[in-house]
Design a binder for this molecule. Structure first.
Ligand SMILES: NC(=O)C1=CN([C@@H]2O[C@H](COP(=O)(O)OP(=O)(O)OC[C@H]3O[C@@H](n4cnc5c(N)ncnc54)[C@H](OP(=O)(O)O)[C@@H]3O)[C@@H](O)[C@H]2O)C=CC1
Ligand SMILES: C=C(O[C@H]1[C@H](O)[C@@H](CO)O[C@H](OP(=O)(O)OP(=O)(O)OC[C@H]2O[C@@H](n3ccc(=O)[nH]c3=O)[C@H](O)[C@@H]2O)[C@@H]1NC(C)=O)C(=O)O
Length: 285
C-alpha cells in the first residue's frame, strides 16, 4: 500500500480545490482496508475518485484513504457477470464491458466516478442506475471487523441513496454486476450517443463535481435556478454554470468556502421563490 505525508489533494477532487492532508493511503487489497479502518486511533476520511466532494478546509489533520488508481481489478465471471473492486473507475469498467460485448454500463461511460462511489450513491443518468446492474456487494464493516456481503435486495437502493449512503462508516470493497451479451457496435453507439447528449447540456469548461443538488420530487433543479436569473452568479471564485444551472463550477481559484456560500445563497433564493428545500447531493468534507 502506498502512503504519503502532507499529501496535495488538488488533483484528487474534481472541483480542483486546493487542500492538503497530513497523510494519504492508497490501499491495494481488502486486508489493507481492514488494517486502515480497524485502527480507530486516528480518524480517516474515505474518498473514491473525488467527483462528488467539496473540500471545505485547506488543511486536514485527518488521514485520507483514496480509492483512485488503486484497488481496481475487474474480472469476468462466466459469460456476463463482472466482479469489480471499488477503486475501478466507471470509464475502465465500461471499456472492459465493451471489450467483452457486454451491455448495461453504457450510461456510465463518461460518468466520472469510482465503482465504490457509484454504488454508495446509486449513481445514474438517463433513467438508468446502479440498482439495475448490481447482484451483490462486499463491504468492510468496522463494527464487526469483517468483510460482509449483501444481496441487492438488502441494499435498499433508492434515487441517489442506498444502505451504504445511510451507513457511511461501511466501506464498499467490491461488487458483482450482471450485464447482458450484445453486439459490440450497438454498445459503442449507445455510449457515444449518451456522451454527446451529456456534453450538450453539462459544463466541461471549468472544474466541477456534477449536480450539486438532488432532484426534489416532481421538479427539476436547473429550471428553478435559471428562472431566478442565477446562471453566471458568482461568489468568490465559484460560479453557477452558464450551461447547466444545477452545476457550480470553479471559475477562478475558488475555495471550498466560496462553493458552500454559493450553495447556501442558491438554496435561500429557491426556498423564497419556490418554497422548495434543495438537498445537497455532494459531500462536504
Ligand atoms: N451523473 C453524473 O454525471 C455525475 C455523477 N457523479 C456521482 O458522484 C459520485 C462520484 O463517485 P466518486 O468520485 O468515486 O466519489 P467521491 O470520491 O466523490 O466520494 C463521495 C463519497 O462517497 C463515499 N464513498 C466513496 N467510495 C466509497 C466506498 N468504496 N465505500 C464507501 N463509501 C464510499 C464517501 O463518503 P462516506 O465516507 O461519507 O460514505 C465519499 O465521501 C458517483 O456516485 C457519481 O455517479 C459525479 C459527477 C457527475
Ligand atoms: C450530473 C449528475 O447526474 C445528472 C444526470 O447526468 C442528468 C441526465 O440524466 O440527470 C440529472 O440531472 P438533472 O436533474 O439536472 O437533469 P437534466 O436532464 O440535466 O435537466 C432536467 C431538465 O432541466 C432543464 N434545465 C437544466 C439546466 C438548466 O440550466 N436549465 C434547464 O432548463 C433541462 O433542459 C431538462 O429539461 C442527474 N442529476 C441528479 C441530481 O439526479 C450527477 O448526479 O452529478
Amino acid at each position: 500500500m502506498r502512503d504519503f505525508v502532507n499529501f496535495d489533494l488538488t488533483n484528487y477532487n474534481s472541483y480542483r480545490l486546493k487542500a492538503v492532508c497530513e497523510r494519504a493511503f492508497f490501499p491495494d487489497s481488502h486486508e489493507d482496508i481492514r488494517t486502515l479502518f480497524s485502527n480507530k486511533s486516528k480518524k480517516k476520511i474515505l474518498i473514491g475518485s473525488g467527483h462528488n466532494i467539496i473540500l471545505s478546509k485547506k488543511k486536514y489533520r485527518e488521514d485520507f484513504v483514496v480509492f483512485s488508481g488503486n484497488y481496481d481489478k475487474i474480472e469476468l465471471i462466466g459469460e456476463d457477470q463482472l466482479i469489480c473492486q471499488a477503486g475501478a473507475n466507471m470509464k475502465q469498467l465500461t471499456a472492459f464491458a465493451l471489450e467483452h460485448s457486454l451491455s448495461g454500463l453504457e450510461v456510465f461511460y463518461d460518468i466520472p466516478s469510482s465503482l465504490g462511489g457509484a454504488v454508495v450513491m446509486n449513481a445514474g443518468a438517463s433513467g438508468e442506475d446502479m440498482n439495475g446492474l448490481i447482484v451483490k456487494v462486499w463491504y468492510y464493516n468496522p463494527d464487526t471487523d469483517e468483510i460482509e456481503c449483501k444481496d441487492k435486495s438488502e441494499i435498499g437502493f433508492e434515487y441517489r441513496n442506498s444502505f451504504f449512503q445511510r451507513n457511511p462508516h461501511m466501506i464498499v470493497c467490491k461488487a458483482l454486476l450482471k450485464l447482458v451479451k450484445n453486439d459490440k457496435l450497438a454498445i459503442e453507439k449507445k455510449m457515444l450517443e449518451i456522451e454527446k447528449k451529456r456534453w450538450a447540456k453539462q459544463p466541461r469548461d471549468f472544474p466541477n463535481s456534477g449536480s450539486v443538488f438532488k432532484r426534489p420530487p416532481n421538479k427539476f433543479v436547473g429550471p428553478m435556478i435559471e428562472e431566478l436569473g442565477l446562471k453566471g452568479y458568482r461568489i468568490g471564485g465559484a460560479m453557477v454554470s452558464n450551461k447547466h444551472a444545477g452545476f457550480i463550477v470553479n471559475y477562478d481559484n475558488a475555495t471550498g468556502e466560496d462553493i458552500i456560500n454559493l450553495i447556501k445563497y442558491v438554496q435561500n433564493q429557491v426556498l423564497t421563490k419556490f418554497e422548495v428545500n434543495l438537498e445537497i447531493e455532494q459531500r462536504i468534507i
